[in-house]
Design a protein around this ligand. Structure first.
Ligand code: NAP
Length: 533
């Protein structure tokens, strides 16, 4: 590659978003270079190889809709797809659409600076690439900047330690070992039951108990698969117009208006069905504390039913945040794992981690020996992966500086002062509150249409109008403030990262409403954007 290589577009990341972005832009006849840190495609599904890694959106819904042939030819095998199966799917997509030839793997974008005179982005990588492109699209994922808390003594630990999101590709044999797992979010909750089957002993360090609903994962029934395939166009339309991008639209009724029996029936039915749509039991679970408490107490009662030791059951019962305000978890045998004699639960609010020692984890009350440490400690969500790149826009404005008090975008698609920079599922869009594939496709298609129209009209640059951005941010904050989301110390609010500004990052208005808004903006000649020739 020459130092001056020029492309029409540079895309950062080759997960679900980057692959489709490449396909769309290439379809417009653009020259595109994709840079990907991993040595293969897949993004999240390339990195997250921890035991039990599986999506909590059903297979038939967690797939691209843009190609009817792809939809028909791919055979999912389970209700919820496992990480290896999703990775195989994305590898198939990369081959089927001949995407790999434009992707430079094993290469991290380190810097991107907007050149105002030429209206191009100058992009640099850790492998010494220097390229220029009119359009820069970040498809870096919302949960890709893995975070290991800074425990004193961590470097002194003699055994291996692994973050769930950076799991060794060759796997880790935990047979007969003492394993410390720190963190009980989705990754911890999925991996702990499987780790417990292999290990001699598991010590789980829990800071916040989470609400988890059973997955009841099973092989996909061929009849169901055929039915979905026969009805895909209508089903996909329903998903696009829905609130969450899922097929289950949820019950708009009120938990407060339902009687005790009716509520119990509804919750039982949703528990028996399994999965995240438990949240859709009533329309007011997300906005009324009282309604939410009914659902929360139902889950706590299930925990008491499953977990034999009442003290352990109580420790596992979430009480400091409403249900659904931290991402609800979907598990296979999580609570029952605590009935095993070889699994110990440590509540680190009661008994904090003091340090990691060469041989284990020391809390205020005890030393917990471990041969391996698993950090299921989450991510610097949404902004982390973007701010990891040194991005500078007009007038040398740095994105890190601009977002010091929290991310600011117009529609989660662009941020003022950074022309021609698009952020797929950026903060201010539904992204992590939705079926990611639905949101990714909507953004990719909107961006591709926009680029095509700019090129056709001889427009050199598009930028968000700061006033439109202010208004969008005010709207994002206002509607988040009407929900219970703001009551939890969640990663949605950046609360898991010390010092991160407390701003609710995703847009809670729903994917259907949001899509309409984006389409209206485009139809009105990119209202709220500034176009320059
Ligand atoms: P997470 O939800 O952020 O959970 C991290 C866990 O580590 C939390 O229990 C957290 O406690 C704990 N923790 C963090 N710092 C700690 C510290 N210093 N001391 C003790 N505990 C600490 O991360 P995740 O489980 O990787 O999941 C992130 C998101 O990825 C999920 O919410 C979901 O959106 C997605 N995901 C989805 C799936 C799926 O599809 N099934 C699977 C995995 C991940 P606090 O709660 O107190 O902060």
């Amino acid at each position: 590659m020459t130092p001056q290589a020029r492309y029409d577009a540079v895309v950062v990341g080759a997960g679900f978003a980057g692959l489709y972005m490449l396909h769309r832009l290439r379809g417009l006849g653009l020259s595109v270079r994709v840079f990907e840190t991993g040595d293969g495609v897949g993004g999240t599904w390339y990195w997250n190889r921890y035991p039990g890694a599986r999506c909590d959106v059903e297979s038939m819904q967690y797939s691209y809709s843009f190609s009817p042939e792809l939809e028909q030819e791919w055979e999912w095998t389970e209700r919820y797809p496992s990480q290896p199966e999703i990775l195989r799917y994305l590898e198939h997509v990369a081959d089927r659409f001949d995407l790999r030839r434009d992707i430079r793997f094993g290469t991290r974008v380190t810097r991107a600076a907007y050149d105002e005179t030429e209206h191009v982005w100058r992009v640099e990588t850790d492998r010494g690439d220097r390229v220029a492109a009119r359009h820069l699209v970040t498809a870096v994922g919302c949960l890709s900047a893995a975070r290991v808390p800074d425990f004193p003594g961590a470097a002194s630990f003699r055994g291996p330690s692994h973050h769930t999101g950076r799991w060794p590709h060759e796997g880790v044999d935990l047979t007969g070992l003492r394993v410390a797992v720190i963190g009980t979010g989705s990754s911890g909750i999925q991996s702990i039951p499987i780790i417990a089957e292999q290990a001699a002993h598991v010590t789980v360090f829990q800071r916040t108990p989470n609400y988890s609903v059973p997955a009841w994962n099973r092989p996909l029934e061929p009849e169901y698969q055929s039915w979905v395939k026969a009805n895909y166009p209508g089903l996909r339309r329903a998903m696009r117009e829905s609130h969450t991008g899922l097929l289950d639209p949820g019950n708009p009724g009120s938990a407060l208006e339902a009687g005790d029996e009716e509520r119990a029936r509804e919750f039982e039915a949703r528990w028996a069905k399994g999965g995240v749509t438990f949240l859709g039991a009533y329309g007011d679970i997300g906005i009324s504390s009282e309604a939410n408490e009914h659902a929360a107490e139902f889950v706590r009662a299930k925990i008491r039913e499953i977990v034999a030791d009442p003290e352990v059951a109580e420790k596992l019962s979430p009480r400091n945040h409403p249900l659904g305000t931290k991402r609800i978890c979907v598990d296979t045998g999580y609570y029952a794992t605590f009935n095993r004699p070889d699994v110990t639960l440590v509540d680190v609010r009661e008994d904090p981690i003091v340090e990691i020692t060469p041989t284990g984890v020391r809390t205020a009350a005890a030393e917990h020996p471990a041969d391996v440490i698993v950090y299921a400690t989450g991510y610097d969500a949404m902004t982390g992966p973007l701010l990891a790149i040194d991005i500078t826009g007009k007038g040398g404005l740095s994105l890190r500086r601009k977002w010091e008090a929290g991310p600011r975008t117009y529609l989660g698609l662009m941020t003022a002062g950074f022309p021609n920079l698009f952020t797929v599922t950026g903060p201010g869009s539904p992204s992590v509150l939705s079926n990611m594939i639905v949101s990714i496709e909507q953004h990719v298609e909107w961006i591709a249409d926009c680029v095509a129209r700019l090129r056709a009209g001889g427009v050199a640059a598009i930028d968000a109008d700061p006033l439109a951005e202010d208004a969008w941010m005010a709207h994002v904050n206002e509607i988040a403030g009407q929900t219970l989301f703001v009551r939890a110390d969640s990663w949605y609010l950046g609360a898991n990262i010390p010092g991160k500004p407390r701003v609710f990052m995703p847009y809670v208005g729903g994917v259907g409403v949001y899509r309409e808004k984006c389409d209206q903006v485009a139809a009105a000649g990119y209202e709220g954007f500034v176009l320059s020739s």
